[in-house]
Design a protein around this ligand. Structure first.
Ligand code: ACM
Ligand code: ZN
Length: 542
């Protein structure tokens, strides 16, 4: 009896000790397959990075981690093509890795081997190594840290090809430096799309060489609503002139930065609605002729582009510059929230409806988008539109972003169109994420972390062929009430990490309790990056 008890104590002691030495796995998104082994690899100043091919893309794939090592550990790893069997991180392109973004990572005591079909896969493997390193890797001072990586075998690949966040820089403008920091955070979480909402009623934010007035006039507003949106008599205004825009040189800098992190930037130029800033600069493109003022109020406005030849010429010129600037296959052309009041009362619009044999103003919007789609196609690109572009008939090759819930996405997939799920019922990151009484002012809604995490972008009602059209998931950050960068960060994470895991990890690997634990451990890393975030889960009830 005594002997048995002793045995139990000894066994308990050892399992306890083992639990303590088990490496803490913070990985977000959680990998498809992971096996942990005993032991660890230690990076030191003699560790080398061996590249199977020393191309610029492969150098990009390893540059982020190497840069972090330089600032956190004080050394940068030598990059070489000379094979190594110890103290090296060997990165090899290998066509047998089936997914273009996937990777295989083997961390052994003597050697790390990372294989992928593409440099992008190598980049994601490096992001995994980054998260396997002690959290001090995100800090920028020398310290006495042992740069140890637990021995693991990982096979990993994304569930969806499109994994992104949108940032609205029209309602509140954010600098190119912040946009780069935002892109860093996307890449950290293995997201690959940054949707840049560049134009809206409250500001036009991209330099267009042919139309300088778009930014001279359209990038600035004379007043901004203060506080909550209320009835007109109760509105308060901040009368400080507000605005800003990116020059094409700024945009090129951001694009180069994003490219090095394997993030595709999808620009959005809104039409036919959300166009008051453009119409303020060029009122002749409206139905009434104006005059207009760049909006300081939030919402949906009646003045939209009038579908005249002059307007199409203007939009084609704008889109030509945008297409030349952005390498993205996609250009987002908006399409949401375009009231038809002006078109109903416009002689030109009504004559066009008759001439083209259209049924109503919805079909006129469809005519508008189809014309634009044809032009964008002639530039070798494709359009994405918000789900209103379904109304009156979809343009032939349009991809749909489903924002008013999932029904638009389901409809589009059933019509054999590609879809990105971004429903306001799950992934609108401008909504409250905790008790509104103690949170900063927000546009409304309530999407706590668990709710965002619970989302599955694959609707059960689609058959196998239709399901192939669901390209992925995106969270949206509209900035009516988000004026500072630290507030953007606060709204974006940790909910953006939940979206990243939904986009990347196999659905059967998702588990909120486990995610929450990993997330809380990740906070130290966000602190290191200098990234603000919402801490509501620290006090969340189970
Ligand atoms: C949207 O939220 N209006 C796309
Ligand atoms: Zn008109």
């Amino acid at each position: 009896m005594r002997k048995n008890l002793l045995f139990v104590f000894v066994a308990l002691f050892f399992t306890g000790a083992l639990a303590q030495t088990k490496p803490s796995m913070d990985l977000i998104p959680v990998p498809a397959k992971i096996k942990t082994n005993s032991g660890q690899f230690t990076i030191n100043s003699n560790t080398r990075i061996v590249l199977s091919s020393n191309t610029p893309e492969m150098q990009n794939a390893v540059a982020v981690l190497n840069g972090l090592l330089r600032s956190a550990a004080g050394f940068r790893l030598e990059i070489t093509e000379t094979p190594a069997t110890s103290n090296a991180i060997v990165c090899k392109l290998n066509a047998s890795v089936s997914n273009k973004e996937g990777y295989r990572l083997s961390v052994q005591k003597e050697l790390i081997t990372l294989e992928a079909q593409t440099p992008q896969g190598i980049f994601y493997g490096m992001q995994t190594l980054r998260q396997l390193l002690p959290f001090q890797i995100e800090r920028s001072y020398l310290s006495n840290v042992l740069w140890r990586i637990p021995c693991v075998e990982i096979e990993d690949a994304p569930r969806f090809a499109y994994r992104g966040l949108m940032l609205d820089v029209a309602r509140h403008f954010h600098s190119k430096e912040f946009v780069m920091k935002f892109i860093d955070m996307l890449a950290y979480h293995k997201m690959n799309r940054f949707h840049w909402h560049l134009t809206d009623d409250q500001g036009w934010r991209i330099e267009i060489k042919k139309y300088p007035n778009l930014t001279e006039t359209g990038a600035y507003r004379n007043r901004t609503l203060e506080g909550r949106y209320t009835v007109p008599e109760k509105r308060k205004w901040n009368n400080t002139r507000y605005g800003g825009y990116y020059t094409q040189e700024d945009i090129k800098e951001v694009l180069a930065y994003a490219q090095k992190r394997f993030v595709t930037v999808v620009p959005e130029i809104e039409m036919p609605g959300h166009a008051v800033a453009a119409l303020t600069a060029y009122p002749q493109l409206s139905c009434t002729g104006g005059p207009f003022e760049v909006e300081g109020l939030w919402g949906v406005f009646n003045d939209i582009y009038c579908p005249k030849e002059e307007t199409f010429q203007f939009l084609e010129n704008v889109l030509s510059e945008v297409a030349d600037l952005f390498p993205s296959q996609y250009i987002h052309i908006g399409g949401d929230e375009a009231p038809k009041l002006r078109w109903k009362n416009c002689a030109h619009c009504q004559a066009l409806i008759k001439k083209e044999g259209l049924k109503d103003e919805h079909e006129l919007q469809s005519y508008f988008i189809k014309r634009i789609e044809k032009f964008v196609k002639s530039k070798g690109k494709r359009i994405i539109g918000w789900d209103e572009i379904l109304e009156g008939g979809l343009a032939p090759n349009a991809t749909v972003m489903s924002w008013r819930g999932e029904s638009g996405g389901i409809d589009a997939a059933k019509q054999n169109h590609d879809v990105i799920m971004t429903p306001n019922t799950y992934v609108y990151l401008d909504y409250f994420q905790a008790n509104p009484k103690t949170e900063p002012l927000s546009i409304g809604g309530y999407l706590p972390l668990w709710k965002v995490y619970s989302y599955n972008p694959m609707p059960a009602s689609l058959n196998q062929d239709e399901a192939k059209h669901i390209l992925g998931i995106q969270g949206n950050i509209w900035t009516e009430y988000i004026t500072t960068t630290s507030h953007v960060e606060y709204m974006a994470f940790p909910r953006g990490a939940a979206i990243a895991e939904t986009g990347w990890s196999p659905n059967e690997k998702k588990n909120y309790a486990d995610f929450k634990e990993r997330m809380i451990r990740q906070f130290k890393r966000y602190d290191g990056v200098g990234w603000n975030y919402c801490k509501a889960i620290l006090t969340e009830e189970e």
